[in-house]
Design a protein around this ligand. Sequence first.
Ligand code: GLV
Ligand code: GLV
Length: 329
Amino acid sequence: MAKRIYVTRSLPQPVIDRLTDANFDVEVYPEDQVIPRSVLLDKAGGRDGILCILTDFIDREVLERADQAKIIANYAVGFNNIDLEEATRRRIAITNTPGVLTDATADLAWSLLMATARRIVESDNYLRAGKFEGWGPLHFLGQDITGTTLGVIGLGRIGQAFARRGAAFGMNILYYSNRRNTEFEESYPHTAEHVSLEELLQKSDYVSIHVPMTPDTIHMIGERELRMMQPHAILINTARGPIVDEEALVQALKNQWIWGAGLDVYEEEPKVHPELIPLPNAVLCPHIGSATTSTRTRMGLMAADNIIAYFEGRRPPNLLNPEVWEQGS
Ligand code: GLV
Ligand code: GLV
């Protein structure tokens, strides 16, 4: 009998086709909105596999209902939405989509950096409001980018891709990560130095966050850290909202402890701190880091391929809990 797969959100058609072509019995949640919790709980039962998105909370309750599931493929690189420990206990394989969204996310972090530094959104709004009455020597003065210092928190795939783009702007890099990466340092055409978080915050003109969300990284950037940054510095967050204390960030932006922030993620998505909304020195995107047509298709194909591999008896290429495979095979 065909294996039954539930997909919690409409995805690019080639993704659904790949699963159907592999003879799965596929059902897709039909609305273009976050699947209601009650529907997720209801649909999780009796499925051999689930393809879910990062806004689905795959917690103990969902895993309990997913009594038949062998694999849950997350359509995201981040997997803080899944109780990995509980899934492992229940011997459900969990996979993610690393690599395919690295460049798109690094590009978006740069878009936010440049838009914030050069006040692109604010000046666009000004023009559209009919306020542009001629060039002004003091209009919309922003921050230099070329030749400045780029602080990169987390030097994984996305952090490295983001940092490498700094070479084109002649930027020196300060990075904070668990390990020093001499290969990166040697291949980067300007200076790249492994420093403490404090030194990075104190010396960088731009600080961009590229760590996963874990119990250790929640509120890694709070009032103390924001106060260490320079008054002309800009904070970029394309990782996960809770890594930054959003209330402290509002204070930092309102009181000019820092100059600006470019954000793609929020502490309580889709809610955004109401005091961020009127601030002209914040550029706010609605979690679009991986949102390009080809990236979103590649993420979906990768999730589908993990499901296909599992049921063909091959280890899913992006398995996050290898214990499940070792015990199960
Ligand atoms: C997006 O935020 C992802 O984790 O893929
Ligand atoms: C600006 O438009 C300039 O020409 O300096």
